[in-house]
Design a protein around this ligand. Sequence first.
Ligand code: HEM
Length: 140
Amino acid sequence: MRELLLFLHVLLATFWVGGMIFLSLVVVPYLKDKPQIRDEAFQEVGRRFSFYGTFLSLALLFITGMGITHLIQGGFRPSILFKLALFFVVVAVSLLHDLWAGKKAVESETHRLWARRLGIANLVLSVLLVLLGVLIRLGY
Ligand code: HEM
């Protein structure tokens, strides 16, 4: 059971973090000079990643994270509690990005800028969650 939970946890983490890196390095630069399709593409890609990323992957990362906390790490300690707190920040930033800034980005330049800032903040915070996962694994 713990092998399956850790496998799923790492797989979901690669989808979530890898997805955001792909968006930043591949999708955004490609759409930058294509105003005729940019807004519709951002809304469609954003809607899909919001469903599979924010709503599905983050929920499953929480469930598998709680499972491996107990089945592998024997319960909470400060490093895991810190990771959990940071995780809730990532959830809040994702919801702000998906349900507020990202949704209104077509209509207003301010929302488009906030969508960009929240997206970059979430990528940095999620990479920190990976680092914390590695440190927890190594006994911190
Ligand atoms: C966006 C959210 C998250 C990401 C990207 C993430 C990523 C990772 C990664 C990549 C590892 C594997 C590290 C390794 O094997 O060296 C890991 C381990 C771990 N994660 Fe997460 N994680 C997330 C959320 C959570 C949550 C919500 C918890 C719950 C408290 C959690 C608890 C743990 C624990 C306890 C380990 C160590 C597992 C072990 O002993 O091998 N994670 N995490």
